[in-house]
Write a protein that binds this ligand. Sequence first.
Ligand SMILES: *Cc1c(COP(=O)(O)O)cnc(C)c1O
Length: 369
Amino acid sequence: MSTLATPTSADTFEITRTDTPVPDAQREAALAAPKFGTVFTEHMARISYSQETGWSNRRVEKYGPLQMDPATAVLHYAQEIFEGLKAYKHPDGSVWTFRPQSNAARFARSAHRLALPPLSEADFLGAIQALVATDVAWVPGGEETSLYLRPFMYASESFLGVRPSLEAEFLVIASPVGPYFAGGVRPVSIWVAEDYHRAGAGGTGGAKCGGNYAASLLPQQEAYAKGFEQVCFLDASTNTYLEELGGMNVCVVYADGSVATPPVSGSILEGVTRSSILRLLTDAGHEVSERPITLAELKAGLADGSVSEVFACGTAAVMTPIGRLAGEGFDLTVGDGTAGPITTRIRAELTDIQYGRAADRHGWLHQLA
Ligand SMILES: *Cc1c(COP(=O)(O)O)cnc(C)c1O
């Protein structure tokens, strides 16, 4: 069931509050219409690692710039990982996050793949809990608003030799965010990239690391120049199977109500939103399969109407209907180009759980304040 984090984990963080707190009126103004990733709370949680001491110096301190030696390993070899989750304010004023144990476990897997030191679930959750408790006044309360939490870890040793860093920093920063779709959920247009890939077999596609995002930026920019909002990548080996967008998983809904999504087989990031949606779809009686989906099959299904909805999913936007899918030599409308009924219903079910408007029957919520 939903419980408070082990009290010991947050208790071990030493909290040093800023000596220049933001005036209430200024904070309220910042919370009124926050643009994603532009406004940050007054504090950050932090733990430092060295090979000799392990993880130590658990603290919450004033949010501010990091000082780095120009030879800091992350700046040269991109040894960095991150997470993204949200804190939601419920109608009674309590603050909750969603399946943070899954993010902690994924963070540990990402650390392993990037040869960074493992961070325990207690430290991951404790840092989030300590930060949100300190900056609880920064959790917005408006419809579909939340406090976006960004845990990350980077190689902090000053050394240009190529080997895993002997030092690392783990931080959590927090940013109040407004509704992803101001003015209602709106379908996006997708360009299917056939000349670029974001991840290959045996690579880092299954890890949440900054390097994967760096690789996705040029294809994203080129798609944008063609008039599309997002890119969908295909598998790097055969260029035939759907993988995912640069930062969201993808699911296909068929006219018979069944749903399919590509399996997370190493080059696809295992989304918490994806897994939650598959659960809710299964609960609602939909036949759900994780199976390879070829672009050719999807194009045929859109053309003959057997595919009725396509959506992307991830923490930031929850579920984003895809209204148009195009690539070299094709340009197809999904359904009638608007948000489909299954996408709309499951999105409402999931956000109702996150915002405390519906019963948390799977025990997905975790109280922070
Ligand atoms: C973070 C991320 C997702 C979505 O994961 P969630 O846990 O649902 O937020 C999907 N794909 C990529 C590449 C990601 O980095």
